[in-house]
Design a protein around this ligand. Sequence first.
Ligand code: ADP
Ligand code: MG
Length: 363
Amino acid sequence: MSGLSLRNVGKSYGAVTVMKDLNLDIHDGEFLVLVGPSGCGKSTLLRMIAGLEDISTGTISIGDRIVNDLPASQRKLSMVFQSYALYPHMSVKKNLAFGLQNLKMSKAEIERRVADAARILQIEPLLERKPRQLSGGQKQRVAIGRAIVREPELFLFDEPLSNLDAELRVQMRVELAGLYNRLGTTMIYVTHDQVEAMTMASRIVVLRAGRIEQVGTPYELYTRPCNLFVAGFIGSPKINLIEGMARHQAGQTLLELADFGAIKVPGLATGAGKLTMGIRPEAMHLGHGPVQAPAKVQLVEYLGSEIFVHVALASGAVYLVHAAGKARHFVGEEVSVTFDPGEAHYFNEAGLRVEAMAEENAA
Ligand code: ADP
Ligand code: MG
């Protein structure tokens, strides 16, 4: 497939606009993940790309060709949905072959494609079974197989793992990533789960209320979230957000925080006023440093290799601190919390990232 571009794409249902002026380029061969809270427009966007839903404004092109009016059947893509919707009375093999038979493909070609898909998905021993004789993960593999046999130029996935239990979801995530590595076909994958997005994507598009908040690699979104929403949405467990008042004094930016006092912020390109500091749990430590505050351990989440300690500060704020798995902590313990202001993110009153000048120089 040559690249896919969306220009000023909008969608309205009657008087209700659910998407407006969306611009996005999808590169040939990438694994693009659309992520955002439920109702933000992910499925609508995917269905518009698929040609299953009309677009209200703008254009969708594949290469140089505008495909707004091209029917779904001619877009050379396959879609996998959340519900597997296999034909219950057909064997796995027939489920895989059925769509191809409808295309009047030769028997030999169908045999080859079904065998290929079965091998890729490791479902060869299941070909004679009926869907009711399959586990959830196996059913989902067959559903993906039905997309693979079409040998599309583009795969579209709409939350294909949401119906699976947690363990299977992790396993299928690995399988899908492997599938992508083997096929190298462009994939657009929709999920509300940011962990899925982070672990599988070449690039992530964060959507909120029908708008794109940020596009970038998992690394870019995690290390440089462009606004408070992305900072809060990407990363598990969540980033700590601390509000304060900034002022300039003797050529420095000081940020006044309830528990930590006035901290020196690495030269921010911003004026005085309200500022929100975002600091990830792994950048906050139990211990002492130039910036510190007393706190009390409220909850300890022991995960084996790591520990998340919830600490309550004098102001009543509760923050999450990541500690090494060997550390021993207990509820009620009096501790000190510390962090390096250079490792924090800063957002202005409008919720937009303000860059630290030091970071810009370093980049
Ligand atoms: P997501 O997949 O991100 O959960 P959807 O794309 O399904 O979100 O929906 C986006 C928004 O569009 C929602 O507010 C939803 O209520 C609205 N919507 C979706 N389909 C229709 C429809 N057929 N008629 C009216 N509103 C719709
Ligand atoms: Mg959806």
